[in-house]
Design a protein around this ligand. Structure first.
Ligand code: CP
Ligand code: NVA
Length: 307
């Protein structure tokens, strides 16, 4: 875990399997309150260009539990919203804060922050990836089944930031990924090639256009919104294109008997997933949300060298 000290977390592809397993173990210890870590008043800056409940609050609470603090750098209250260059903001904030968690539209903007900052920069979601979410999701799957290697995760819907991070992290962890998207909404070639190059334990990646083919016999069924933040104008058009991709009881019946259902939230009930499935016994959706707190606490402790 000390390998993570001082590093950035930009992509799910940045991890090695040993680091992820160490993060999972530490998260579970923190969750069970078997371990306490005091970072000694370190400060995390939050720069969020998009709305957030889970990511924002879980980072705030994680820092509080580590004896540190959070500075909320809202775009309106700072010079960021008035267009101060990233290279200036990043260097100034590096002199005040110990790490930055950043949510942007463009992934390149996040990389620019990381290039200019001298402190760890954490991807709190970009249009390309959501690595903190994927860490919490695989922790949830591991807690449920006691293992990850050889399991099958079916992702149904838009080939977006959430699915990209699941594909990359799943490949590293030896999970088989089946992704079903409408034609034209599949994950980008970059993500698919990268995942294939990272694949361990013969894990496989299938990109499909039929939800039922992806779900058949799978251990975990995952979906996310059809229109992500920044795509609000396409919402109506996408509703039509994605209507065969709702995760409902009928589709879920095709999964393995002990299968679980996952969603990063926030959800559009009745669109990508039914209300019944979110509330069903198979749903681990609120465990996922909780695990954001534990995994990010472990991540912050590692990046900030508190171990
Ligand atoms: N899942 C997730 O990242 O949620 P928020 O947008 O509320 O942070
Ligand atoms: N794909 C969604 C995830 C939100 C947590 C979005 O980017 O809006």
């Amino acid at each position: 875990l000390s390998l993570l000290k001082g590093k950035d977390l930009i992509s799910s592809a940045d991890f090695q399997m040993e680091q992820i397993n160490a993060l999972f173990n530490l998260s579970i210890q923190l969750k069970k309150e078997e371990r306490r870590i005091d970072l000694g008043n370190r400060v995390l800056g939050l720069i969020f260009s998009k709305a957030s409940t889970r990511t924002r609050v879980s980072f705030q609470v994680a820092m509080a539990r580590l004896g540190g603090q959070v500075v909320d750098l809202s775009l309106q209250a700072t010079q960021i919203g008035r267009g101060e260059p990233v290279k200036d903001t990043a260097r100034v904030l590096s002199r005040y804060c110990d790490a930055l968690a950043i949510r942007t539209y463009s992934h390149e903007e996040l990389i620019e922050y990381a290039n200019w900052a001298s402190i760890p920069v954490i991807n709190a979601l970009t249009d390309l990836e959501h690595p903190c979410q994927a860490l919490a999701d695989f922790l949830t799957i591991k807690e449920t089944f006691g293992k990850l290697k050889g399991l099958t995760l079916a992702y149904i819907g838009d080939g977006n930031n959430v699915s990209n991070s699941l594909i990359l992290l799943g490949a590293i962890l030896g999970v088989h990924l089946r992704v079903a998207c409408p034609s034209g909404f599949e994950p980008s070639a970059w993500v698919v090639e990268k995942a294939r190059s990272l694949a361990s334990f013969d894990s496989t990646l299938q990109i499909l256009n039929e939800p039922v083919e992806a779900v058949r016999g799978a251990n975990a069924i995952y979906t996310d919104v059809w229109a992500s933040m920044g795509q609000e104008k396409e919402q109506q058009e996408r509703k039509e294109i994605f209507k065969k991709f709702t995760v409902d009881e009928n589709l879920f019946c095709e999964a393995s008997q002990e299968a679980i259902v996952l969603h990063c939230l926030p959800a559009h009930r009745g669109e990508e997933i039914t209300d019944e499935l979110i509330e069903s016994k198979a749903s681990k959706i609120f465990h996922q949300a909780e695990n954001r707190l534990h995994i990010q606490q472990a991540l912050l402790a590692s990046l900030l060298g508190g171990l």
